[in-house]
Design a protein around this ligand. Structure first.
Ligand SMILES: CC(C)(COP(=O)(O)OP(=O)(O)OC[C@H]1O[C@@H](n2cnc3c(N)ncnc32)[C@H](O)[C@@H]1OP(=O)(O)O)[C@@H](O)C(=O)NCCC(=O)NCCS
Length: 335
């Protein structure tokens, strides 16, 4: 895990300007790869014959996907495809994918699901990202955000100050998810999944793996109706840090300058289910929580994938659309 962590930290996804590179923690890498039903053979690394260092990697995990409520297929979820920077453009990727396909098909799987910013043939859908800035000064310093024209920094900071608890209009009591909540959360999840034409079919064990908090890395907040002793809503987010690769931000003419920041702390929303609470209020609470309640490496920005219900609350949560597109692929399936 130490070697894989270092390999990904130094070689994984960067933005187009080469200013930021994802730096997933070991805990998050383990969480993403070692799901229930983990198949060791689907963790494929290529090492140097000379010094044994990792040169390329791809991981797969077994899953089930339900399509149009009527078909459920077995599919391997592909993740962490990465080729060492010094070995790019040598057509190592098709070799990795071919070997993974052999292993996956050998286990009786005919399909694979994967996602990525790169456009390769042929996505079945795509997702857009929205961001909520939490630490404006740092985001402007490092060139993640542009200071709007005629906007003094102090006013911009004030405008995006994360809400305090009193500004979140919540019903019920929010608290971190515990083991005893798994059944209640699973019931909400199953009900919600029916809204989507294509969705993962998860067992209770798989959902528990995805959502149970991991200290410093993943949080699921449940909202409890204490009178009925019932969970009414939940939201999950996890840490996706990035290394800042340049100490002089070059992104915007208006703000080029030296800074001392080395990392960007991103909270990415994974799942949410809002039934009693308003999604906007829940996301405001996440902004409050991720900025004020997390003392170790507080978050600078909140990321969330756009869904239809998000459009309605985008303005009140102060979400802005990012430039990233996440293409979704389903190998060997015709819709
Ligand atoms: C994505 C990455 C592995 C591609 O490596 P590369 O050295 O640029 O490409 P290679 O020369 O090995 O292979 C090129 C082929 O792989 C395909 N390819 C590139 N990225 C792909 C992807 N994400 N999924 C599937 N195929 C991909 C190309 O379409 C091309 O196909 P062709 O030979 O039919 O034209 C590499 O750029 C990388 O590690 N990037 C950082 C991590 C990353 O972005 N991972 C993808 C996350 S989805």
């Amino acid at each position: 895990m130490d070697e894989l962590y270092t390999f990904l930290r130094d070689n994984y996804i960067e933005d187009d300007n080469g200013e930021f590179r994802f730096d997933y923690s070991k805990e998050i890498i383990k969480w993403a790869i070692q799901k229930p039903g983990f198949i060791n053979d689907w963790c494929l690394g290529v090492r140097s014959a000379k010094n044994q260092k990792i040169l390329a990697f791809i991981a797969g995990a077994p899953s089930k996907i339900t399509i149009y409520a009527k078909t459920t297929i077995k599919a391997a979820i592909m993740s962490f495809l990465c080729v060492h920077k010094k070995l790019r453009s040598k057509k190592l990727t098709p070799v990795l994918i071919k070997e993974m396909r052999r292993r996956i098909q050998g286990a009786g799987y005919q399909h694979a699901v994967y996602q990525g910013g790169d456009l390769v043939p042929t996505p079945f859908t795509k997702a857009l990202y929205f961001h909520r800035s939490l630490n404006i000064k740092k985001l402007v310093d490092i060139g993640f955000l542009q200071l709007p024209k005629n906007m003094p920094l102090a006013r911009y900071v004030k405008q995006y100050k994360p809400p305090n608890l009193g500004q979140c209009d919540l019903i019920g009591n929010p608290r971190l998810m515990e083991k005893k909540d798994i059944q209640g959360v699973y019931d909400l999840f199953k009900k919600d999944q029916k809204k989507f034409k294509v969705h993962f079919k998860l067992s209770q064990e798989e959902l528990a793996h995805l959502l149970m908090p991991i200290k410093g890395n993943l949080w699921t907040i449940v909202f409890v109706d204490n009178d009925k002793n019932q969970i009414t809503d939940f939201v999950t987010f996890y840490r996706t840090a990035s290394t800042i690769l340049k100490s002089v931000s070059q992104n915007f003419e208006s703000h080029k300058g030296q800074h001392n920041h080395t990392d960007l702390q991103i909270a990415t929303v994974l799942l949410h289910s809002c039934n009693t609470n308003n999604l906007g209020e829940v996301l405001k609470y996440v902004c409050h929580y991720s900025k004020n309640e997390i003392q170790d490496r507080p978050f600078d920005v909140l990321n969330i994938i756009a869904t239809r219900d998000l459009e309605v609350v985008a303005r009140e949560v102060k979400l802005g659309q990012g430039d990233g597109v996440l293409n979704q692929y389903l190998f060997n399936y015709e819709f």
